[in-house]
Every structure is written in C-alpha cells, then in structure tokens.
Design a protein. Structure first.
Length: 404
C-alpha cells in the first residue's frame, strides 16, 4: 500500500474529521498496510459517533488480535464428531476443552506479553527542539539527577507529560530519548496493546502494563495515540470505552500501587479530543508542543536519511531553507523520493548515477508538507476553543507564522 496515499488520506481526515466514509476508507487501507494501531484508532472514533456502524465494527474486528471469527457451519446430520476428534486428535486440537481445564498462570515478568526495553538513544540524538528539551529537563531529568534537591523541595518522581503536535514530528523518538537519558526502562503502549474483544480484558491489559512499569521503576511509560485510548467520555456512546477511560484515570492516580518512579509520557495529534480529567493535576498535567523541525534540525534530518545513499553535490542548507513546515517524516519521504528518481534513471539508461541536488529539489516539489492540514484544524481550535489557555503556546506559534 502506498504510504503517500495513506498520508494524503490522513491529512484529508484531519481536515474533515466528521467525514465517516473517508475515515473508514483510511482505516481499511491502514489494516491492509499492517498499521493496525492507527486503524483501530480511526475505527474507534467512528464507533464513538455511531456504535451500530457495521463497517467500523468489521475494521475493528480485523485489526484486533484474535478478531471475531466467522461462525462455524452447522453440523451435518448423522456426523459423529466425537469419533472424528479421536481419529484426528494428533493433527487437529479438540473443539472444546475438557471441563475443569484452567489456563496456565503468568509466571513473572518474563512470561508477560509486552516488552520492557532499554533505550539506546538520548536527547543528544534529537535534532533541534531546544525548548522541548528544556521543559523535559525541568519536569523529569533535573529532579532525577539531583536527589538531594529533590528531597529538599519535596519533588516527587512521579509525573505525567503530554506531547502534542503535528504527526511525524518525533514525539515517539523524543519519549524514547528521555528514557535513554534517564537510563530508565521504556515501555511503549498503544491502543492495540490494550483493546480486547472480551469484557474486562482491556482494563486488565491496561492494569498489567502499569504494573510492569511500577515493577521496573524508574521507567518511562509511553502512551501513544492517547486520544484514542482516552477520548472524551462525553462523546463516547460505548460503555466499554468509557470504562476504559475510567481505568486509565485510576492507573494514573496510582490507586493500589504508587507510581513513584513511573514517568508517564503521552503523545497525541489531537489534544482537544482527550478527556479533560486526564489533564488534571497529578495526571497528564503538563503539556509540551512538539513542532516541525527548524532549519538547523531539517538539515540534520536530511543528512541522517542520506547517510547510507550514494549522493553527490547535495546542498543541505539550501534544501533546509525551502522545506519549512515539513515534518521529520516528510523529510524522510523527500529522501526516499529522490532515491527513486535516481534509480528510475539508472533502470532506464543502464547507468548508475548518484543522487543529485536536482533529484532532491524535484522531490521537495513532489512531496508537500503533511502538517498543513493539522495547522488548519489547530487554528480553529485556538480561535474558538482556547478559553482556558491550554493552547497559548500553539497560539503564539501561529501568530508568529501569521496564521492567526
């Protein structure tokens, strides 16, 4: 499936969030591309508006692990199923488990179904984002490095921070770099790790993930696409999804087990869709706007994505100057497109050549910044939904760009 098509549809959905047909088409393409977490997020938003939407249910079933199977055909009259089970017992498992059978219990962290990583990147590997790094230093890293000052000022090691901004600008990479900077464990949680078709299983999955973070403290628990996991309950018609939001609130409060040493970082492209209770003090009470990379960072990102390709005569500064508002993902796509141009010529002529400045310039013209649709939506939010001042930093940026 073409990433360019998916990116275009994603931008279109961001500009027209109420277009159910368009969102479902994007979700189906995401399932076909193997991007199940994103597909589930879009299907969940459709079901929040219309719980009876059959197309959204089919997408959700196909994307979730162990989705609803097709019903078994009725048994033919006169078939001795018991005899057939005995005959093929060495090949086919029994249709029904014997009464009294219990699943094997979980035996410690090694038997769990999620990964606890050790990040190898640090904030030094993140290009630009100086303001974001400073905010992270004050919120998390400074107190961790200075235990005496932390004790003196009564600063707890627990905390939650929300990273928001346009898609493809490095929020996930930034969270991983924070874990690497702290030398802490890293657990990444997406909606596909939580949602389950059985009643109560989603809440248990969420509890188990938080328990794993507590047992590996200090640990960075990264909640990706938090708007899908913690959508506004007032907009949810599904009681199961509302219960899941309640469970997330309980885990963030550390009820039944303190969250000391658990640093919760969440990321979203749509903070205005998050339940207000998630952003109360003690939960995700601090926000950081992650913007598209500045000119210096764009040059660094381009250099990174060209480092293993045959290039000659590339002017990174000139390219960085004409790619304002391009996200990190957009810049990676530019490098990929330039490589395709050079490879196409090599196939046509039979002569291999280097990737040139001409290829890069053509790729920049061909790849449009994916952040434009997001900023169009953000502008409306700032104009009509910022009475509490939650998006003052975003408003300042839009005014600086003369978009407000």
């Amino acid at each position: 499936m073409s990433d360019a098509l998916i990116d275009s549809l994603t931008a279109a959905v961001a500009a027209r969030p109420d277009d159910v047909a368009l969102r479902l088409h994007l979700a189906e393409l995401l399932v076909g591309a193997g991007r199940l977490g994103e597909a589930i997020g879009h299907a969940a938003q459709v079901l929040a508006r219309d719980p009876a939407n059959e197309a959204a249910r089919r997408v959700m079933a196909s994307a979730l692990p162990g989705g609803t199977p097709d019903p078994a055909p009725p048994a033919a009259p006169g078939v001795d199923w018991a005899a057939l089970e005995d005959e093929f017992s060495g090949v086919v498992p029994p249709r029904f488990a014997p009464a009294g059978d219990e699943p094997e219990p979980v035996r410690g962290d090694a038997d769990r179904a999620f990964d606890v990583e050790r990040a190898t990147v640090t904030l030094a590997d993140v290009g630009g984002m100086d303001e974001v790094k400073q905010r992270l230093e004050l919120a998390f890293l400074g107190p961790l490095r200075n235990p005496k000052l932390r004790t003196l000022f009564g600063k707890s090691l627990r905390g939650g921070l929300l990273l928001y901004g346009p898609p493809g600008c490095g929020k996930t990479f930034l969270a991983r770099a924070v874990a690497g900077e702290m030398g802490a464990a890293f657990i990444s949680l997406s909606i596909i790790d939580v949602l389950n078709m059985w009643v109560g299983s989603s809440e248990r999955n969420l509890h188990d993930l938080f328990d794993a973070a507590r047992s590996h403290a200090p640990c960075v628990l990264f909640l990706d696409e938090i708007d899908a996991l913690g959508h506004k309950r007032s907009q949810l018609s599904s009681s199961a999804l509302r219960t899941l939001v309640n469970q997330l609130l309980t885990e963030l409060d550390g009820v039944g087990g303190g969250n000391e040493g658990v640093f919760v970082l969440a990321a979203t492209n749509a903070p205005w869709d998050i339940d207000a209770a998630l952003r109360r003090p003690g939960r995700l009470d601090r926000t950081v706007l992650v913007l598209p990379p500045d000119e210096t960072a764009r040059a660094t990102i381009l250099e990174y994505h060209l480092r293993d390709r045959p290039v000659a005569g590339i002017d990174l500064r000139a390219l960085a100057a004409v790619t304002e508002n391009y996200s990190g993902a957009d810049l990676a796509h530019v490098c990929e497109s330039a490589a395709e141009f050079a490879m196409r010529d090599a196939i046509a002529t039979g002569e291999v050549r280097m990737i040139s400045q001409r290829d890069m310039t053509a790729a920049v013209r061909d790849v449009r910044p994916s952040t434009e649709a997001w900023f169009a939506t953000a502008r409306s939010v700032v104009m009509f939904g910022n009475s509490g001042g939650d998006y003052d930093d975003l408003a300042a940026y839009l005014k600086k760009r003369k978009l407000l």
